[in-house]
Design a protein around this ligand. Structure first.
Ligand code: ADP
Ligand code: ZN
Ligand code: ZN
Length: 736
């Protein structure tokens, strides 16, 4: 032994709250192993891909039991020091194993150990023959000639995107030039895409509010600051983002834009593409593994400057990041609801803070947390109060349906309004947040209801496939015709879902086309896009949708939005129900009316006098949020306190409750912290597991983390822990 042994600490994806130590074997060179590279290491009887976190002198473990690293998978780190810092922070803040955090931040091909290899691009340039060719020789083939001259202007060669910009139908002439050996093809690394502004759609002239907002943002463009761009749908937030991006691009910076899963519509992508061309990279769950890796590499190699993505894009490596934008910041989809339960919005704010760059949160209906932070000057509020392009706000009215005769949930008033609009060649959007045909099937003779055997939930009838489906665990069974209890044939259907609404409307409006947009009708790839095209071409007059329709889409010809059911949103058990309802209604309302014609929103309700309903009619989200905030202050819920939930689930009936009772009973009291529960989850049984939860409520964030850290060994080592699956949810978004 001449060389002193050296060791590394490695984060490995495993549900274990520690990092693992390995030795560096002689054949590997410590100097070429910077933190942030991937290593292949032995783990139990398997091999795993882990991330080198740091070099250490002495392992935590008995030296003779330390195993050597098998191989380095990278020469350059997949995570730079800044990103490692962020991931370590996230692991601590969310109390989640670092190896699983780093894993979540990698595209799946890199998790598996594939090479972080940029896909080569074909480059076309004139061959020596081509360079010596006289243009006259091609005078009889004008298309080939044009292409030849284009290539002559670009001696370094051109790639596909440039050729498409030159002429959509370039490929045929290129084939001929190749055959004549005038052109040669090579494979190159994709070059940094420089924005060619003049070819793309220009910036709009901002209105006063927009330009004031932009000015304030640009005043803070080089340091950390959180902006809350609070402007209703259509007020021109996206235009403000884009002009901020313009400035950052001129400074050679990258910009990351996060949007909700269902907000990343083809319309939005094409709007960004038209504006930013090739500098745009898009990352979302619809991409295949290799496309995701390429988007990741484009960001990392700085070949893309504008990076648009959904939740997990918050972890895309951007070495030159100049700002982050989170659009629809209130949206639930930014919170991952299983395993690593992070909030992409909150991680984004932390990332901006670490990098000392600005972050813009935008929404028509900001979360109460953000409104609260703006009120306390932690965020800077930027207000856009008018619709850009001169469109008027829609008119919101309530339809009091108390004691009214309803036709399958539709009031006469709503039906009449629909009729008026479609007769005037306008479109109508009806919103019902429940899929399927009927949500309840009840035996008239004995009262039995069709329940899922794996969940505490009723089965929904889906008429198209004639099946019963559980919306919680996804299980399906053939439709039944006799009661399971008493065998009676008197099975009655109650309630209505989008499928039923569709069938009722087809009877009421046989001469109009109706489209339904929910998870059932959009499962096949491309089917949503197809329906959207039909809608915008005017082929469809009436649209029925779930919350999928609430965001992102622009329907310029929709003048009436009908909200079929609003009441359950007023009285839900979760403390955020009223916040969510008002956000949803105002978001849906944003679909109604554009520059040409004022829109109308009709809300059916049994509670027209409810104060929240009254404020929704006024469309004053500022006032709504102030009302809800004072309620939260009284009840001491977030943002006036900080929550974590310890959840447990088990196949045995009482195991989850017993485990949480054991944990709660043995934990030490922490100042400023109170425990709620343990209690069974609101839907105790789900997908065959019994679930329970313990809520930790603290007046200060530090106290919350202190409680968890203090009691962590109790949580992980309770003698009952083997029977359950448990998880910690920091800043939970769904509490009940
Ligand atoms: P938001 O993101 O707030 O929903 P958008 O930026 O999408 O709003 O703007 C809504 C519509 O108004 C778009 O069609 C956009 O092109 C247009 N628009 C935005 N700003 C302006 C402006 N300053 N002048 C004219 N039209 C504008
Ligand atoms: Zn019965
Ligand atoms: Zn179920």
């Amino acid at each position: 032994m001449t060389k002193t042994a050296s060791y590394v600490r490695v984060a490995i994806p495993a549900p274990l709250y520690c990092v693992f130590d390995y030795s560096i074997p002689n054949e590997l060179n410590k100097e070429s192993m910077p933190p942030g590279i991937r290593l292949q290491v032995p783990f139990g009887k398997q091999w795993r891909v882990g991330i080198l976190i740091e070099h250490i002198d002495k392992p935590n473990f008995e030296i003779n039991k330390i195993k050597p690293v098998k191989q380095c998978l990278d020469s350059k780190p997949v995570f730079d020091p800044q990103m490692l810092k962020l991931l370590r922070w996230a692991s601590q803040y969310y109390h989640h194993p670092l190896g699983e955090v780093t894993n979540a931040a990698l595209p799946s091909q890199l998790r598996k150990g594939d090479a972080a290899q940029v896909k080569m691009e074909t480059n076309w340039q004139l061959s020596p023959t081509g360079q010596n060719l006289n243009a006259k020789d091609l005078s009889r083939a004008p298309k080939q000639l044009a292409l030849f001259l284009f290539l002559k202007e670009n001696p370094e060669g051109v790639v596909k995107s440039q050729l498409f910009a030159f002429d959509e139908k370039w490929a045929a002439s290129m084939r001929v030039l190749l055959k004549k050996s005038i052109v040669k093809e090579t494979q190159i690394l994709p070059a940094k895409k420089i924005l060619t502004v003049d070819a793309l759609s220009p910036a709009l002239k901002l209105n006063k509010e927009q330009s004031d907002a932009l000015k304030i943002i640009l005043n803070h463009i080089t340091s950390f600051k959180t902006f809350l761009l609070f402007g209703e749908t259509g007020s021109g937030k996206t235009e403000v983002y884009m002009q901020t991006i313009d400035v950052l691009l001129k400074n050679m910076k990258q910009v990351l834009i996060l949007v909700p899963e269902i907000g990343l519509t083809p319309q939005l992508i094409s709007r960004f593409q038209k504006r930013f061309g090739d500098t745009l990279a898009v990352s979302h769950s619809g991409l295949n593994d290799s496309e995701r890796l390429q988007a990741w590499l484009a960001a990392k190699e700085n070949t893309a400057q504008v990076i648009l993505g959904t939740r997990s894009a918050v972890f895309l490596p951007c070495p030159n990041l100049g700002a982050i934008i989170v659009d629809e910041e209130h949206d639930l989809s930014f919170k991952q609801q299983d395993s690593f339960r992070y909030s992409a919005r909150d991680v984004a704010i932390r990332r901006a803070h670490f990098l000392n760059i600005p972050i813009i949160l935008g929404s028509a209906t900001p979360s109460l947390e953000s409104m609260f932070n703006a009120r306390n000057n932690k965020y800077q509020m930027l207000r856009l109060s008018q619709r850009a392009g001169g469109a008027e706000k829609p008119l919101i009215q309530l339809i009091d349906i108390r004691a009214q005769k309803l036709n399958e949930g539709l009031s006469d008033a709503l039906v009449k309004n629909i009729e008026l609009e479609v007769q005037n060649n306008k479109q109508v959007l009806l919103f019902l947040n429940r899929r399927g045909f009927t949500p309840t099937i009840l035996c008239h003779d004995c009262g039995w209801t069709a329940q899922c055997t794996r969940c505490d939930a009723r089965l929904t009838y889906h008429s198209r496939h004639n099946i019963l489906r559980c919306h919680h665990c996804g299980s399906e069974q053939a439709m039944i015709h006799n009661c399971f209890e008493c065998n009676s044939k008197e099975l009655h259907h109650y309630g209505q879902g989008t499928e039923k609404l569709e069938s009722v409307l087809k009877e009421l409006f046989p001469n109009y086309n109706i489209a339904r947009i929910d998870r059932d009708t959009t499962r096949r790839k491309g089917s949503l896009e197809k329906t959207l095209i039909e809608i915008n071409s005017g082929k469809v007059q009436i649209m029925i949708g779930t919350q999928m329709l609430a965001k992102g889409h622009h329907f310029p010809n929709v003048t009436l939005v009908g909200i079929i059911e609003s009441d359950q949103g007023l009285f839900g058990a979760d403390f955020r129900t009223a916040e969510r309802l008002s956000q949803l209604i105002l978001q849906v309302s944003g679909r109604a009316g554009r520059a040409e014609s004022r829109g109308k929103v009709l809300i059916q309700t049994h509670h027209p006098d409810n104060p929240i309903m009254q404020l929704i009619v006024k469309q004053d989200y500022q006032l709504i949020s102030e009302n809800l905030l004072s309620e939260r202050q009284v009840t001491q819920f977030p943002p006036y306190s900080y929550l974590a939930i310890l959840r447990a689930e088990a196949t045995e009936t009482n195991a989850a409750m017993d485990y949480l009772l054991d944990v709660a009973g043995k934990t030490t009291k922490t100042e400023g912290c109170s425990l709620l529960g343990p209690m069974p989850a609101p839907m105790e049984k789900r997908a065959g597991r019994y679930r329970a939860q313990l809520i930790i409520n603290a007046m200060q964030r530090e106290h919350l983390h202190f409680w968890i850290t203090q009691n962590f060994s109790q949580i992980t080592h309770s003698k009952l822990v083997r029977k359950v699956r448990w998880s910690i949810d920091i800043d939970p978004q769904e509490v009940l």
